[in-house]
Ligand binder design. Sequence first.
Ligand code: G1P
Length: 287
Amino acid sequence: MPVRTAVITAAGVGTRFLPISKSVPKEMLPLVDRPVLQYAVEQAAEAGIERVVLVTSRGKTAMEDYFDVAPELERTLRERGNAKLEPVEQAGRMTRIIAVRQPEPLGLGHAVLMAKEAVGNEPFIIYLPDEILLGEPSVTRQMLDAYERRGNAIGVVEVPWDDVSRYGVVEGEPLSDRETRLTRSVEKPPRDEAPSNLAIVGPYVFSPAIFGCLEEITTGAIGELQLTDAIALLAQREPVHAYRFEGERFDAGTPLGLMQTAVEIALRRPDYADEMRAWIKELAARL
Ligand code: G1P
């Protein structure tokens, strides 16, 4: 069965971005002139995903507005022959957004469970919107192919051992250079208890069996319902594999990471690259 639904979890309070996240959803912070959230939505749409279930929470409707058509703005831009018409039209027509709410911040696992009804009984892909993953073919394409080959697939990257306690980490047997058959996954293990330095960053592609697992798990690391614990349970019922995708990974989930990611993206944008590179050189000379 083809994967036609994406779930994007964007319900978090954004504590690391306070105070701006008091009134601006952290997923709407800019990477150049696009919100962080657009990178996942665009990749899903390009890979043929038909609809995006956005898990949101109170005060975050700016995300839905962004992906909606804006007829008056488009009319004004068209009348003025403004070049921004194209990206504005594109954002409003990228995909169909179905917003569901997570009423309380009970964890990533709980957030995904909020999408159960909207997804229905079919496979789907989950994105963590802070994770900006750039690849050719796209990381989404690589993960969908990985799912077709071997079933449930989760995107992982190698991280320095000192960082493992910030992530969900996988344990398993290597199937190939990039694939690991998962036997266990553990959320935020202390460094000396981590089974590997393969950190889960998504995207995740799951059969709907993950929902049953999410309903069974109990509170895990940091007092939250953890998706990583549901994956460990799923691995006892169906094959799950971790896939070390090809590409670059940027973490836009902290203020410093967001700034670094913005610079990296500007350097890849033809309309900004030259000026950005010249400025960075000039800046480096001043430091
Ligand atoms: C979440 C997940 C974790 C994953 C991480 C990647 O943690 O729970 O498994 O490795 O995202 O960014 P958070 O960053 O929300 O603490």
